[in-house]
Write a protein that binds this ligand. Structure first.
Ligand code: PBG
Ligand code: ZN
Length: 329
Protein backbone atom coordinates (compact mmCIF):
# COMPACT_ATOMS: atom_id res chain seq x y z
CA UNK A 1 0.00 0.00 0.00
CA UNK A 2 1.89 2.95 -1.29
CA UNK A 3 1.05 6.56 -1.96
CA UNK A 4 -0.85 7.67 -3.99
CA UNK A 5 -2.97 4.47 -3.93
CA UNK A 6 -3.11 4.52 -0.18
CA UNK A 7 -3.75 7.83 1.54
CA UNK A 8 -4.06 7.43 5.32
CA UNK A 9 -5.53 10.92 5.51
CA UNK A 10 -8.70 9.73 3.73
CA UNK A 11 -9.93 8.17 6.94
CA UNK A 12 -9.04 11.17 9.08
CA UNK A 13 -11.23 13.71 7.29
CA UNK A 14 -13.87 14.08 9.95
CA UNK A 15 -14.71 12.94 13.44
CA UNK A 16 -17.21 10.29 12.33
CA UNK A 17 -14.61 8.58 10.14
CA UNK A 18 -12.01 8.88 12.87
CA UNK A 19 -14.39 7.32 15.36
CA UNK A 20 -14.98 4.39 13.00
CA UNK A 21 -11.33 3.45 12.84
CA UNK A 22 -10.38 4.34 16.43
CA UNK A 23 -8.60 1.34 17.91
CA UNK A 24 -8.65 2.21 21.59
CA UNK A 25 -11.75 3.29 23.45
CA UNK A 26 -11.28 4.54 26.97
CA UNK A 27 -14.37 3.78 29.04
CA UNK A 28 -15.54 4.71 32.50
CA UNK A 29 -15.53 0.96 33.16
CA UNK A 30 -11.71 1.08 33.06
CA UNK A 31 -11.32 3.57 35.88
CA UNK A 32 -10.55 3.03 39.56
CA UNK A 33 -10.41 6.04 41.88
CA UNK A 34 -7.82 5.99 44.70
CA UNK A 35 -8.95 7.85 47.84
CA UNK A 36 -7.26 8.79 51.12
CA UNK A 37 -9.20 8.50 54.34
CA UNK A 38 -8.39 9.91 57.78
CA UNK A 39 -10.09 10.05 61.19
CA UNK A 40 -12.32 12.87 62.43
CA UNK A 41 -15.43 14.48 61.04
CA UNK A 42 -15.87 16.96 58.22
CA UNK A 43 -12.15 16.79 57.39
CA UNK A 44 -11.09 17.64 53.85
CA UNK A 45 -7.36 18.41 53.93
CA UNK A 46 -6.10 19.45 50.51
CA UNK A 47 -2.99 17.61 49.32
CA UNK A 48 -0.84 20.48 47.98
CA UNK A 49 1.08 18.46 45.38
CA UNK A 50 -2.11 16.76 44.14
CA UNK A 51 -4.60 19.54 43.36
CA UNK A 52 -8.18 18.29 43.65
CA UNK A 53 -7.22 15.40 45.98
CA UNK A 54 -7.84 15.38 49.73
CA UNK A 55 -7.41 13.49 52.95
CA UNK A 56 -11.07 12.79 53.70
CA UNK A 57 -12.82 11.87 56.92
CA UNK A 58 -15.33 9.08 56.40
CA UNK A 59 -18.34 11.43 56.01
CA UNK A 60 -16.59 13.30 53.21
CA UNK A 61 -15.18 10.09 51.76
CA UNK A 62 -18.76 8.87 51.29
CA UNK A 63 -19.60 12.04 49.36
CA UNK A 64 -16.73 11.57 46.92
CA UNK A 65 -17.40 7.83 46.64
CA UNK A 66 -21.05 8.61 45.87
CA UNK A 67 -20.04 11.04 43.17
CA UNK A 68 -17.76 8.39 41.63
CA UNK A 69 -20.58 5.85 41.80
CA UNK A 70 -23.06 8.26 40.17
CA UNK A 71 -20.56 8.77 37.35
CA UNK A 72 -20.52 4.95 36.96
CA UNK A 73 -16.92 4.51 38.07
CA UNK A 74 -16.99 0.84 39.14
CA UNK A 75 -14.43 0.90 41.95
CA UNK A 76 -12.45 2.90 44.47
CA UNK A 77 -9.12 2.02 46.09
CA UNK A 78 -8.80 3.01 49.74
CA UNK A 79 -5.68 4.23 51.52
CA UNK A 80 -5.76 4.98 55.25
CA UNK A 81 -3.97 7.58 57.30
CA UNK A 82 -3.96 6.16 60.85
CA UNK A 83 -4.09 8.08 64.13
CA UNK A 84 -0.97 6.34 65.45
CA UNK A 85 2.10 4.51 64.14
CA UNK A 86 4.33 1.88 65.76
CA UNK A 87 7.13 -0.51 64.69
CA UNK A 88 4.71 -3.32 63.77
CA UNK A 89 2.09 -1.16 62.05
CA UNK A 90 -0.62 -2.53 64.32
CA UNK A 91 -3.22 0.01 63.16
CA UNK A 92 -3.06 -1.61 59.71
CA UNK A 93 -4.81 -4.75 60.98
CA UNK A 94 -6.85 -3.30 63.84
CA UNK A 95 -10.54 -4.13 63.75
CA UNK A 96 -11.36 -0.46 64.35
CA UNK A 97 -8.62 0.89 62.07
CA UNK A 98 -9.36 3.75 59.71
CA UNK A 99 -9.60 1.63 56.55
CA UNK A 100 -11.72 -1.01 58.29
CA UNK A 101 -14.19 1.65 59.46
CA UNK A 102 -14.19 3.39 56.10
CA UNK A 103 -14.86 0.17 54.19
CA UNK A 104 -17.75 -0.63 56.46
CA UNK A 105 -19.35 2.79 55.96
CA UNK A 106 -18.87 2.90 52.20
CA UNK A 107 -20.29 -0.60 51.73
CA UNK A 108 -23.24 0.31 53.94
CA UNK A 109 -24.05 3.46 51.95
CA UNK A 110 -23.00 2.33 48.47
CA UNK A 111 -23.26 -1.45 48.33
CA UNK A 112 -22.77 -1.63 44.56
CA UNK A 113 -19.51 0.30 44.50
CA UNK A 114 -16.52 -2.05 44.49
CA UNK A 115 -14.23 -1.21 47.38
CA UNK A 116 -10.62 -2.29 46.97
CA UNK A 117 -8.23 -1.80 49.88
CA UNK A 118 -4.52 -1.16 49.65
CA UNK A 119 -2.74 -3.71 51.83
CA UNK A 120 0.58 -2.41 53.11
CA UNK A 121 2.25 -1.35 56.33
CA UNK A 122 4.13 1.83 55.36
CA UNK A 123 1.45 4.31 56.46
CA UNK A 124 1.20 2.44 59.77
CA UNK A 125 4.82 1.81 60.75
CA UNK A 126 6.76 4.53 62.58
CA UNK A 127 9.79 3.85 60.35
CA UNK A 128 7.69 4.15 57.18
CA UNK A 129 8.79 0.88 55.56
CA UNK A 130 6.38 -1.57 53.97
CA UNK A 131 7.60 -4.42 56.19
CA UNK A 132 8.95 -5.17 59.64
CA UNK A 133 12.42 -3.83 60.29
CA UNK A 134 15.27 -5.79 61.93
CA UNK A 135 18.17 -3.39 62.31
CA UNK A 136 18.25 -1.76 58.91
CA UNK A 137 16.91 -4.82 57.04
CA UNK A 138 13.28 -5.20 55.96
CA UNK A 139 12.40 -8.73 57.11
CA UNK A 140 10.44 -10.39 54.33
CA UNK A 141 9.09 -13.52 56.01
CA UNK A 142 8.24 -11.87 59.33
CA UNK A 143 6.13 -9.34 57.40
CA UNK A 144 3.95 -11.89 55.59
CA UNK A 145 1.77 -12.74 58.57
CA UNK A 146 1.00 -9.07 59.23
CA UNK A 147 0.06 -8.48 55.61
CA UNK A 148 -2.25 -11.50 55.71
CA UNK A 149 -3.83 -10.19 58.91
CA UNK A 150 -4.31 -6.80 57.29
CA UNK A 151 -5.97 -8.27 54.21
CA UNK A 152 -8.18 -10.49 56.36
CA UNK A 153 -9.28 -7.56 58.53
CA UNK A 154 -10.21 -5.63 55.38
CA UNK A 155 -12.23 -8.58 54.11
CA UNK A 156 -13.98 -8.87 57.48
CA UNK A 157 -14.88 -5.19 57.25
CA UNK A 158 -16.49 -5.87 53.88
CA UNK A 159 -13.79 -5.11 51.31
CA UNK A 160 -14.65 -6.51 47.88
CA UNK A 161 -11.02 -6.91 46.88
CA UNK A 162 -7.59 -6.55 48.49
CA UNK A 163 -4.53 -5.09 46.83
CA UNK A 164 -1.13 -5.81 48.39
CA UNK A 165 1.39 -3.08 47.47
CA UNK A 166 4.29 -4.02 49.74
CA UNK A 167 6.42 -6.08 47.30
CA UNK A 168 7.42 -8.71 49.88
CA UNK A 169 8.10 -12.09 48.25
CA UNK A 170 5.37 -14.67 48.81
CA UNK A 171 2.71 -12.35 50.14
CA UNK A 172 0.04 -13.20 47.59
CA UNK A 173 0.08 -16.88 48.60
CA UNK A 174 0.00 -15.98 52.28
CA UNK A 175 -2.94 -13.61 51.80
CA UNK A 176 -4.83 -16.11 49.60
CA UNK A 177 -4.44 -18.80 52.24
CA UNK A 178 -5.60 -16.51 55.06
CA UNK A 179 -8.66 -15.43 53.06
CA UNK A 180 -9.56 -18.98 52.03
CA UNK A 181 -9.22 -20.37 55.55
CA UNK A 182 -11.64 -17.75 56.79
CA UNK A 183 -14.42 -18.14 54.25
CA UNK A 184 -13.30 -15.32 52.01
CA UNK A 185 -12.47 -17.46 49.00
CA UNK A 186 -14.62 -15.08 46.94
CA UNK A 187 -12.47 -12.03 47.69
CA UNK A 188 -10.10 -11.41 44.76
CA UNK A 189 -6.51 -10.23 45.07
CA UNK A 190 -5.25 -7.41 42.89
CA UNK A 191 -1.51 -7.72 43.22
CA UNK A 192 0.86 -4.82 42.74
CA UNK A 193 2.99 -7.37 40.90
CA UNK A 194 5.51 -5.23 39.02
CA UNK A 195 5.92 -2.25 41.28
CA UNK A 196 8.99 -0.19 40.62
CA UNK A 197 11.06 1.80 43.09
CA UNK A 198 9.93 5.11 41.65
CA UNK A 199 10.36 8.75 42.50
CA UNK A 200 6.95 9.31 40.93
CA UNK A 201 5.48 8.28 44.30
CA UNK A 202 6.65 11.50 45.96
CA UNK A 203 3.29 13.31 46.20
CA UNK A 204 1.57 10.14 47.48
CA UNK A 205 4.08 9.83 50.30
CA UNK A 206 3.31 13.30 51.57
CA UNK A 207 -0.42 12.67 51.11
CA UNK A 208 -0.30 9.40 53.05
CA UNK A 209 2.60 10.33 55.33
CA UNK A 210 4.36 7.11 54.34
CA UNK A 211 7.90 8.11 53.39
CA UNK A 212 10.57 5.81 54.87
CA UNK A 213 12.38 7.44 57.80
CA UNK A 214 15.69 5.79 56.86
CA UNK A 215 17.01 4.34 53.63
CA UNK A 216 14.71 3.72 50.68
CA UNK A 217 12.58 0.94 49.18
CA UNK A 218 15.21 -0.39 46.79
CA UNK A 219 15.54 -3.75 48.55
CA UNK A 220 11.92 -4.63 47.90
CA UNK A 221 10.55 -2.54 45.01
CA UNK A 222 11.84 -3.23 41.51
CA UNK A 223 14.79 -1.57 39.81
CA UNK A 224 13.40 0.78 37.09
CA UNK A 225 16.02 -0.60 34.70
CA UNK A 226 14.50 -4.10 34.66
CA UNK A 227 11.87 -5.48 32.29
CA UNK A 228 12.40 -9.26 32.17
CA UNK A 229 12.19 -9.31 35.94
CA UNK A 230 8.70 -7.81 35.70
CA UNK A 231 7.53 -10.92 33.87
CA UNK A 232 9.00 -13.12 36.59
CA UNK A 233 7.32 -11.05 39.32
CA UNK A 234 3.98 -11.16 37.55
CA UNK A 235 4.24 -14.90 36.87
CA UNK A 236 5.04 -15.60 40.52
CA UNK A 237 2.06 -13.63 41.75
CA UNK A 238 -0.25 -15.43 39.35
CA UNK A 239 1.01 -18.79 40.57
CA UNK A 240 0.41 -17.64 44.13
CA UNK A 241 -3.22 -16.79 43.33
CA UNK A 242 -3.46 -13.22 42.07
CA UNK A 243 -6.68 -12.46 40.17
CA UNK A 244 -5.54 -9.13 38.74
CA UNK A 245 -1.95 -8.07 38.29
CA UNK A 246 -0.74 -4.50 38.31
CA UNK A 247 2.09 -2.55 36.76
CA UNK A 248 3.09 0.61 38.59
CA UNK A 249 3.83 3.43 37.73
CA UNK A 250 2.16 3.58 34.33
CA UNK A 251 3.48 6.30 32.07
CA UNK A 252 7.22 5.68 32.31
CA UNK A 253 6.51 1.93 32.17
CA UNK A 254 4.25 1.58 29.13
CA UNK A 255 6.74 -0.90 27.69
CA UNK A 256 6.27 -3.08 30.76
CA UNK A 257 2.49 -2.90 30.41
CA UNK A 258 2.88 -3.93 26.79
CA UNK A 259 5.26 -6.79 27.55
CA UNK A 260 3.07 -8.14 30.33
CA UNK A 261 0.04 -7.95 28.01
CA UNK A 262 1.94 -10.00 25.40
CA UNK A 263 2.84 -12.73 27.89
CA UNK A 264 -0.05 -12.86 30.34
CA UNK A 265 -3.77 -13.33 29.80
CA UNK A 266 -4.93 -12.29 33.27
CA UNK A 267 -6.71 -8.94 33.74
CA UNK A 268 -4.11 -6.20 34.16
CA UNK A 269 -4.28 -2.90 35.97
CA UNK A 270 -1.88 0.02 35.64
CA UNK A 271 -1.41 2.69 38.28
CA UNK A 272 -1.25 6.26 36.94
CA UNK A 273 0.58 7.39 40.08
CA UNK A 274 0.66 10.59 42.09
CA UNK A 275 3.73 12.09 40.39
CA UNK A 276 2.17 11.58 36.96
CA UNK A 277 -0.94 13.38 38.17
CA UNK A 278 1.08 16.15 39.83
CA UNK A 279 3.12 16.89 36.70
CA UNK A 280 0.03 17.33 34.53
CA UNK A 281 -1.68 19.49 37.15
CA UNK A 282 1.43 21.64 37.59
CA UNK A 283 2.00 22.20 33.88
CA UNK A 284 -1.68 23.00 33.44
CA UNK A 285 -1.50 25.54 36.25
CA UNK A 286 1.47 27.20 34.56
CA UNK A 287 -0.63 27.48 31.41
CA UNK A 288 1.86 25.31 29.55
CA UNK A 289 -0.42 22.42 28.53
CA UNK A 290 -4.13 21.76 28.10
CA UNK A 291 -4.56 19.65 31.24
CA UNK A 292 -7.75 17.84 30.34
CA UNK A 293 -6.55 16.87 26.88
CA UNK A 294 -3.23 15.66 28.25
CA UNK A 295 -5.19 13.68 30.85
CA UNK A 296 -7.30 11.90 28.20
CA UNK A 297 -4.30 11.32 25.96
CA UNK A 298 -2.38 9.81 28.88
CA UNK A 299 -5.19 7.50 29.97
CA UNK A 300 -5.77 6.42 26.37
CA UNK A 301 -2.05 5.63 26.03
CA UNK A 302 -2.12 3.44 29.13
CA UNK A 303 -5.13 1.58 27.74
CA UNK A 304 -3.53 1.30 24.29
CA UNK A 305 -0.38 -0.19 25.85
CA UNK A 306 -2.57 -3.02 27.15
CA UNK A 307 -4.00 -2.15 30.56
CA UNK A 308 -7.55 -3.33 31.22
CA UNK A 309 -8.06 -0.95 34.12
CA UNK A 310 -6.39 2.22 35.31
CA UNK A 311 -5.99 3.45 38.85
CA UNK A 312 -6.03 7.21 38.50
CA UNK A 313 -6.62 10.34 40.54
CA UNK A 314 -8.17 11.68 37.34
CA UNK A 315 -11.01 9.11 37.50
CA UNK A 316 -13.76 11.62 38.29
CA UNK A 317 -12.56 14.22 35.80
CA UNK A 318 -12.09 11.58 33.12
CA UNK A 319 -15.52 10.06 33.78
CA UNK A 320 -17.05 13.51 33.45
CA UNK A 321 -15.21 14.13 30.19
CA UNK A 322 -16.30 10.73 28.86
CA UNK A 323 -19.92 11.33 29.76
CA UNK A 324 -19.97 14.76 28.04
CA UNK A 325 -18.64 13.44 24.77
CA UNK A 326 -16.27 11.00 23.29
CA UNK A 327 -12.74 12.29 23.26
CA UNK A 328 -12.58 14.79 20.40
CA UNK A 329 -9.40 15.94 18.79
C1 PBG B 1 2.55 2.17 49.55
C2 PBG B 1 2.07 2.72 48.26
C3 PBG B 1 2.69 3.70 47.49
C4 PBG B 1 1.84 3.97 46.44
C5 PBG B 1 0.74 3.13 46.57
N1 PBG B 1 0.92 2.35 47.70
C6 PBG B 1 3.94 4.44 47.71
C7 PBG B 1 5.19 3.73 47.94
O1 PBG B 1 5.36 2.55 47.59
O2 PBG B 1 6.08 4.36 48.52
C8 PBG B 1 2.08 5.00 45.38
C9 PBG B 1 0.86 5.59 44.76
C10 PBG B 1 1.07 6.88 44.07
O3 PBG B 1 2.20 7.43 43.98
O4 PBG B 1 0.07 7.39 43.56
N2 PBG B 1 2.94 0.85 49.55
ZN1 ZN C 1 4.02 0.33 51.49
Amino acid sequence: MLFPDYRPRRMRQNEALRRMIRETALSVDDLILPLFTIGGRNVKNPIPSMPGQYQLSIDNLIKVARKAHELKIPAIMLFGIPEAKDPLGTRAYAKDGIVQKAVQSVKEKLPELVVITDVCLCQYTDHGHCGIVQGDIIDNDATLDLLARTALSHARAGADMVAPSDMMDGRVAEIREALDENDFSQVPIMSYAAKYCSSYYGPFRSAADSAPKFGDRRTYQMDPANALEAIREVTMDIEEGADIIMVKPALAYLDIIYRVREEIDLPMAAYNVSGEYAMIKAAEKMGWIDGSRVMMETLTAIKRAGADMILTYFAIEAAQALSVSNFKK
